[in-house]
Design a protein around this ligand. Structure first.
Ligand SMILES: [Zn+2]
Ligand SMILES: [Zn+2]
Length: 425
C-alpha cells in the first residue's frame, strides 16, 4: 500500500519552497537589523507547560494538542505554540540576570490537531518575537513595528489591516468581569452549554464563542476596552499615538480579546484585506513568566503564520524578483569534464553565478533539455573535444548566442555571462 502524508501536513518544494526561503531571509534580515537574536527551543515539552502556560480551559489545551506518554512514562506534548517554550527557556536559563530587555525571534513548526481551513494545517510554522523585561508601551510598539517592517518588505502592507485593542490589566479585568457577569446573568439560560461552564470558570472566554445564540446576547455586552483603569487607558493611548507618529496604519477593534489566557493590555491582529484570513497577532503577557514559576517579568510578543504569508504572496503573485540569480549549467561527458568544470565553477561562484554541473551518463542532448527545463540562463559544454583543446563553449540559452573560450580566459567568460545576462533582462 502506498504511504501518504498525514492529514494537515504538506510537502514544500520547488516554487513554493522559494517563497518560504524568501520570507525567511527577510525575517532573518529584519531581526538582525533590529538586534533581535534567534532562539531555538525543543519541538516537544512537558504537557504541564502548556496546561499552565496556555491555560487549561483553552481549546488548544483541551482539544488540539498532540500529547502522548513516552517510553519513560512522561506526558509529552508537541509544541502547539512557542511562547510558553521560550518563557520556560528564559526561566530555566536564568536569563532574568542578564542585561535587559531581551529580544528573541524564531521561525518554527508547531502542532495542533484542528479542523482544516484555508491556510491552516496541523503542522504549521510561525514567525514570532518575544521581548522580556520592558513594561514600557514602547516595547509593544517595537513588536508592532517589526511586524510592520516585515509586511512592508514582503510587499504586503497594503494588503493587510492592523487591528488593535486593549484588554487591560488584572485590576481592570476583575472589575470588568464582575460587570460582564452581571450583564450575562439574566441571559445565561439562553446560552450554550460551553458558555455556561465558562461563566463559572473563565467568563472572558465567552467572548470567543461562535454560537449564534450566544453572539446575539453578546451584541450589547459591555466591552473591556470601555472599562479600563486610568493606567491601562493611558498606556493604550500611548501605543496608538506612537503608531500615528510612525505612520503605521491601524484601526481599533474592541472585539479582539485573543484566544490565549496570558495576554493583557495591548493586543493586536493582522488580517488580510481581501481574504477572510487572520495573518498573525500578538500582545503583552506580563503574567506568564510568573505563572510558569519565574520571577515576575513583563513581556510582549507576536506570532505570524508563515503559511498565511505564503498564501498571500501567492495570491498577489509576489515577489516579482525572487529568482534573479544568473544560472549556468555545465554539460560534460566524463569525469575529467566534471573535475575541470568544478575548478572553473569556483571562480564563477565567487562572481555570484549559480553553477550546476552534470552528474549523469546522459547524452549532451538530454543534458541540454535538463538545462532548458531548469531555466538555466547559460549552458557550457565541456565535451572531449573542448577538453583536449583547453576550450569551453558557452551558450546564452535565451538568444542562442555561443562562443568558444580558452579555459584560462576567465575575464572573457565572465564578461560574456554578465553582458549576456543584462541583454536578456
Ligand atoms: Zn488596568
Ligand atoms: Zn456560547
Amino acid at each position: 500500500m502506498k504511504i501518504t502524508k498525514q492529514k494537515g501536513t504538506k510537502d514544500i518544494f520547488f516554487d513554493e519552497v522559494k517563497i518560504w526561503e524568501y520570507i525567511e531571509e527577510n525575517i532573518r534580515q529584519i531581526c538582525k537589523e533590529n538586534n533581535v537574536s534567534e532562539i531555538r527551543t525543543p519541538v516537544f515539552e512537558a504537557t504541564e507547560l502548556y496546561a499552565r502556560g496556555v491555560g487549561n480551559d483553552t481549546d488548544i489545551v483541551n482539544k488540539e494538542m498532540y500529547t502522548f506518554i513516552d517510553k519513560g512514562g512522561r506526558s509529552i506534548t508537541l509544541r502547539p505554540e512557542l511562547t510558553a517554550g521560550v518563557v520556560r527557556s528564559y526561566i530555566e536559563n536564568g536569563m532574568n540576570s542578564l542585561a535587559s530587555p531581551l529580544k528573541f525571534w524564531y521561525v518554527a513548526n508547531m502542532y495542533r490537531y484542528e479542523k482544516m481551513q484555508k491556510g491552516r494545517y496541523r503542522e504549521f510554522a510561525q514567525f514570532g518575537i518575544e521581548i522580556f523585561d520592558s513594561d514600557s508601551y514602547l516595547a509593544d510598539v517595537e513588536t508592532i513595528k517589526i511586524s510592520y517592517e516585515l509586511m512592508k518588505r514582503l510587499g504586503l502592507y497594503d494588503k493587510v489591516i492592523l487591528s488593535l485593542n486593549s484588554i487591560g490589566c488584572k485590576e481592570c479585568r476583575d472589575k470588568y468581569i464582575k460587570k460582564f457577569k452581571e450583564y450575562l446573568m439574566p441571559n445565561l439560560d439562553n446560552m450554550c452549554e460551553t458558555c455556561k461552564v465558562r461563566f463559572e470558570k473563565n467568563p472572558l472566554r465567552i467572548l470567543d464563542c461562535k454560537e449564534e445564540k450566544c453572539n446575539k446576547i453578546l451584541e450589547n455586552a459591555p466591552l473591556i476596552t470601555d472599562n479600563l483603569c486610568p493606567d491601562c487607558k493611558q498606556d493604550f493611548e500611548n501605543v496608538k499615538s506612537a503608531l500615528d507618529k510612525l505612520n503605521i496604519d491601524y484601526k481599533v477593534d474592541k472585539k479582539i480579546v485573543r484566544g490565549l489566557d496570558y495576554y493583557n493590555k495591548t493586543v493586536y491582529e493582522w488580517t488580510s484585506k481581501d481574504l477572510d484570513l487572520a495573518v498573525g497577532g500578538g500582545g503583552r503577557y506580563d503574567g506568564l513568566v510568573e505563572i510558569l514559576g519565574g520571577q515576575s517579568c513583563p513581556a510582549v510578543g507576536f506570532g505570524i503564520g508563515m503559511d498565511r504569508l505564503v498564501l498571500l504572496l501567492t495570491q498577489y503573485n509576489l515577489p516579482k524578483d525572487i529568482d534573479n540569480d544568473i544560472k549556468l549549467f555545465i554539460a560534460t561527458t566524463n569525469e575529467s569534464g566534471y573535475i575541470e568544470a568544478t575548478k572553473l565553477s569556483e571562480i564563477l561562484k565567487d562572481n555570484k553565478i549559480v553553477v550546476d554541473i552534470n552528474i549523469t551518463n546522459k547524452s549532451l542532448k538530454s543534458q541540454t533539455k535538463y538545462a532548458d527545463k531548469n531555466n538555466m540562463n547559460f549552458i557550457a559544454f565541456f565535451g572531449e573535444d573542448e577538453l583536449n583543446n583547453n576550450k569551453i563553449r558557452i551558450k546564452n540559452m535565451k538568444n542562442a548566442n555561443q562562443v568558444d573560450f580558452d579555459i584560462s580566459d576567465l575575464d572573457g567568460i565572465l564578461k560574456f555571462i554578465k553582458e549576456g545576462n543584462e541583454s536578456n533582462a
